[in-house]
Design a protein around this ligand. Sequence first.
Ligand code: NDP
Length: 606
Amino acid sequence: MNATKKDVTSFSPEALREKYRLEREKRLRPDGNAQYRDLSGLYADFDKDPYVEPGFTRPVVIETIDVLIVGGGFGGMLSAVRLRQSGVHSIRIVEKGGDFGGTWYWNRYPGAACDVESYIYLPLLEETGYIPTEKYAKAPEIFAHCQRIGRQFDLYKSALFQTQVEQMDWDENARRWNITTNRGDKLAARFVIIAGGVMHKAKLPGIPGIETFKGHSFHTSRWDYAYTGGPTGGLHKLADKRVGIIGTGATAVQAIPHLGASAKQLYVFQRTPSGVGVRNNRPTDESWVKTLQPGWQEARIRNFTALVSGREQDVDLVRDGWTYIFDDTASRRARSPEEAAELRQLADFRKMEEIRARVEAIVKDPVTAEALKPYYNQMCKRPCFHDEYLDTFNRPNVQLVDTEGKGVERITPTGVVVKGREYEVDCLVYASGFEVSSEYTRRLGFDIRGRGGKSLRDSWANGPATLHGMHSRGYPNLLMFSPTQSGWAINFVHILSEQAQHAAYIIERCLKRGVEMIEPTEQAQEQWWGEIFTRLQKGATFGGVDCTPGYLNNEGVRPPPSAIRFAPFGGDTLEFIDVLRSWRKGDELAGLELTTGAAPLATGTA
Ligand code: NDP
């Protein structure tokens, strides 16, 4: 897939092991996640929504509903769709952005596109009758698909946009959640689904002097087109600007070719290079579309997830960089788990050698090429795929400023300092990512007070207890979507689709049977944790602490023992999905205490 002329089979595993270790050590820092700043206080301006008109107002909403959904991204929308389809109509969706879309509402930076194939990433293609125009659709098309789902399933009438939940309290007498928002709304909901997303809280690097910068700056998830020009017609306003971009993760890899093509001068400040494989995007083949039979999308989604879980399949329907990375053929001939692990490691070395050879083949300046080579295992960082990124460094107006793993030293009123040298810039773009491994309750941004007023943050101080990662005792009628004790997938929308179906099934059953309160038993939670723990002991990795630091491994800092309970399910994605599906097949809501009663039914008809 990434083949180049260089022989990539003649590497020394020992030398690579040592190189990986050294590169990791260079980057380890004791402050871990604390090195980042959230977009509040001094940095609150970075969090402003640039895509809405200022001054939005609307009447306060006071109502009682069956279901409140927090989040209008794919998770929230899919939940609303599945609820509607099962006859539950009293729904409210509260969303911080000015429209549906979540990630695809916020991330409008130039070059943004899905990096998992669009035919399996965009949900509800068969239901909406839509086929993406390219194998990897660009952000505006994905955002438009979110709006299509909103229109087609009549979700807009249920949405409260530009609104944030501030507080959620369980009312034991009414058996409902009381929710307040930053717009003064007071909502009483029988059930609450929290589908707030995994990467919605943007972060800035805690570089000394950030607040002193006098030029223009913004985070990639709040792209300032008013300043840069575009999105159509290129970033023409940058033609006379010196631009710096901090970060070289998946976002930067997509944005940098556009900045390089438009800016007078572009400085790319790199701490760790991404591994960038071949993308090979192409327009949708109409003759292929004609061959699609009902059920094709589900089959394609499952085929991809099986392959990237290392399962054998007769056919690889997607055939891209992801399925190449996870092709586990090499280890199948192993006679022991140790031998399988070693064969896997050798395959990983070989594939990363291909990635490094690709850099060498494309980037002309040997010093720049060397600095762009990643030295870590493939899944230590999110693998990237791009056909123009590396070539951008051949442009005369683009300079890689490699910080050799140390990060930017300082920001001054006029520029960025690396290794004692100041690079003057007019504009600074922070491609510094999102909070992922910080506490779930911190990322949520509001407090959840369950039975007896106990905050979820306190209850989970020593690690969460859940059933399926979705329910937690003491927090009745709350259904959470997060990777904690739950499923994880390369194609994350696959997990969200299943969680949405699961949540809708439970709520529909409860409403139909007059069940007013559900809560997992202690025993069910312990049993669920037991299942996860067994998998962790069998070798499912949690954190990958030996990797180069990043958000996937808590910045290389070994988490405290209590944090182990924040681990995901541990088995592969399809195994988790099968657990949920067979639980539903039992049709008993097993492990949940059910309370029926005489409290009044919902009156809202949102
Ligand atoms: P990342 O967290 O992956 O990248 C942040 C970047 O900022 C890293 O390169 C990091 O370096 C760098 N950085 C942090 N602090 C400093 C510092 N002090 N000095 C210099 N550099 C610094 O964020 P992204 O937004 O790129 O991606 C986040 C995730 O979003 C992806 O992993 C992916 O899951 C998703 N995504 C998906 C896309 C898609 O589906 N199409 C596209 C884009 C993103 P270091 O590596 O050393 O920490």
